[in-house]
Design a protein. Structure first.
Length: 407
């Protein structure tokens, strides 16, 4: 058995050395390949080993951070290597230091760390069989050059995170972006997703237990799924909540302590901040300001729709939300339309900060808030912790072959 293992390891090393030697033939003259950091794996799942390797050139005018790096990825094709990626780091984000490669769970990781500033960038690439290219699946970044911040985004799931750490500020958020599709037909607000348009948007299935985790049992106790549509006048949401014990309010005074939905919206934009307020806002410093919107909706025991705008405090009124509810087999569905002028006076926009929260109460005798779940790790009236709603789905970012530049 030991002899067999030794032979297997020797063969693997031989194959790795062979493919590295073949990859070196693709490296231009005058450049140095980092052969020790090469990654050999089957990137496109065709049964043949492929290779990712970094090669670089040094700038003699600088003593440190003087590398110009390029990423080379080649796939085995008819026993020959075919270049599919040969480029520098995107957006000129090359710190001029060493790059590390890794392959984890089907994702090729490209990582660079700049110790002097504690900065880092990481990209995760996956093979797109349809496009026959490597898609930028994940990206991550951070460092004190951003005043102590780090972030992460997964383009496939629309989830991400952001953290701000500076002086006495330590605040973070995990979030899911909700993608809204444009309405082609007519939406009837009845609590049922029977229109063909509701089959088009991607469902957001990610949620976080933000408060009362000790009271939360499982997905049957409280979980959530969200879809979104839009037209020039409205945003439409279809929210499906699993709740095994629905506690409905009698009247608006009961809303807070009974089962209800909350919509969190940030109305502040960079244009408002710079043109009207004459300052650049920092989201992590804001809480319950005049641009933070909180809307609560629920169905009463008598089947009446209850809808209130709780924030801003000086604007507590009916927000004009049209809602239809249904409850079947312990699944609560809410279909609602929200006027654009509640979100942005200017109307349709590509993106705005937004989260959906479900407040769960399981005590019919003495109802109270027991658990809060949301499409981000929402903290009360802090816009920094909201997720986002997009009226477009971002195009995939692909890595490919770029011409060599002078260095």
């Amino acid at each position: 058995m030991k002899r067999l293992l030794a032979v297997t390891l020797a063969c693997t090393q031989f194959l790795g050395a062979s493919i590295i030697n073949d990859a070196l033939k693709l490296v231009p003259d005058g450049w140095t390949a980092d052969t020790e950091g090469a990654v050999v794996a089957d990137f496109n799942s065709d049964g043949d080993e492929d290779i990712a390797i970094v090669y670089y050139a040094l700038d003699p005018e600088f003593e440190i951070e003087n590398r110009t790096n390029r990423i080379l990825v080649a796939l085995s094709d008819d026993k020959k290597l075919r270049r599919v990626v040969d480029q520098g780091l995107p957006w000129g984000e090359d710190f001029g230091v060493e790059i590390n490669l890794d392959y984890v769970d089907g994702i090729l990781k490209v990582f660079q760390h700049r110790g002097i500033m504690h900065q880092f960038n990481e990209w995760g690439l996956t093979w797109d069989e349809t496009a026959q290219m490597f898609m930028e699946r994940t990206s991550a970044w951070g460092g004190i050059a951003g005043l102590g911040s780090s972030g992460y985004h997964d383009a496939l799931t629309g989830t991400g995170s952001f953290e701000k750490v500076w002086d006495d500020v330590d605040i973070s958020v995990e979030y899911a972006d909700i993608y809204a599709k444009e309405v082609k037909g007519e939406i009837t607000i009845d609590g049922k997703a029977t229109e063909p348009d509701w089959e088009k948007p991607r469902e957001c299935t990610h949620y976080w237990v933000n408060w009362g985790s000790e009271n939360w049992g499982d997905e049957a106790d409280a979980s959530m799924r969200v879809k979104a549509l839009y037209d020039p006048a409205h945003i439409y949401l279809f929210i499906e909540v699993a709740d095994d014990d629905l506690v409905l309010p009698n009247d608006p005074d009961d809303l807070l302590n009974t089962d209800h939905l909350e919509l969190w919206i940030d109305r502040l934009t960079p244009d408002i901040s710079t043109q009207e307020l004459d300052y650049v806002y920092n989201d992590w410093e804001r809480k319950a300001d005049e641009y933070t919107v909180q809307i609560a909706v629920a169905e009463s025991k008598e089947g009446k729709v209850l809808s209130e705008m709780w924030l801003p405090e000086e604007d507590i009124t009916d927000p004009g939300v049209n809602v239809g509810f249904s409850y079947d087999n312990r699944i609560l569905t809410a279909e609602l339309s929200l006027p654009w002028d509640v979100i942005r006076p200017s109307g349709t926009v590509d993106y705005f900060s937004f989260s959906v929260v479900y407040s769960d109460s399981d005590n019919r005798v003495n109802p109270k808030q027991e658990t809060l779940i949301g499409t981000s790790t929402v903290r009360w009236a802090e816009p920094f912790t909201f997720g986002g709603l997009l009226t477009f789905k971002p195009e995939p970012v692909y890595w490919g072959i770029e011409p060599l530049e002078d260095y």
